[in-house]
Design a protein around this ligand. Structure first.
Ligand SMILES: [Zn+2]
Length: 221
């Protein structure tokens, strides 16, 4: 990992940091928490909620020791293989690739998918030095080429990095003879065309699908 916090280290002082300062510094590892918010949190915990502070400390310790990555799908689990991968009710021929465990949960909440998953735990981001090795795409290739998976559904984000990641994975997997699909983009449920942005509407046109098949068999576009 890069030493991105190198500049944030305090200058050497004569005294070691007090435990209050140390707590505030530790809280800054949370996303979106700057120095002032971290200090407010630290003071709040010590002033108003010491039992909560102890519970938080124990939960952090337990989770950081117990939570690991599933050997099959790479999501967080406390077992070697997660409950979803162990389930006999899922279709093992479909593999949905998402960026994060939160994305997996979001897709699960649709109840519209009964295949399995692979969680990248990131996305390609060349500018940040995150390439195929850093997100361990070799593991995805091994997983997808197990002989059981028939279709890989790319459900990375529709950001430029998510799109680039999907494109890269699609080429890798197609070269290995796998069918690869990408989530469609389109008009939101309940959306009125007048209020849909032009980019989304353009994608919806490109990704349109047949409602009535044309004579002589369906084609696309
Ligand atoms: Zn799993």
């Amino acid at each position: 990992m890069a030493t991105r916090n190198a500049d944030a280290r305090p200058a050497p002082t004569a005294e070691p940091l007090g435990s209050l300062d140390a707590l505030a510094r530790a809280l800054r590892c949370l996303p979106g928490v700057g120095p002032r918010a971290a200090q407010r949190m630290a003071l709040h915990l010590l002033q108003h909620d010491r039992p909560g502070a102890r519970e938080l400390a124990q939960a952090l310790l337990r989770a950081s020791e117990a939570v690991r990555h599933c050997d099959r799908c790479n999501t967080f689990t406390e077992d070697s293989v997660c409950a979803l991968c162990r389930s006999g009710k899922r279709d093992p021929a479909q593999l949905c690739v998402v960026e994060t465990p939160a994305d997996l949960v979001t897709v699960e909440q649709t109840h519209a998918y009964d295949g399995l998953y692979f969680v990248l735990m990131g996305r390609l981001s060349p500018l940040d030095g995150i390439g195929p090795k850093e997100i361990r795409l070799d593991r995805l290739i091994r997983r997808a080429t197990d002989g059981v998976v028939r279709e890989v559904i790319l459900a990375t984000n529709f950001t430029s990095e998510g799109e680039a990641t999907a494109h890269y994975i699609a080429e890798l997997l197609a070269a290995r003879g796998l069918a690869v699909s990408r989530l469609a983009r389109g008009v939101p449920v309940g959306g009125e065309l007048e209020y849909v942005d032009a980019g989304t509407l353009a994608q919806a046109l490109r990704d349109r699908r047949w409602v009535a098949a044309p004579p002589g068999g369906a084609g696309n576009g």
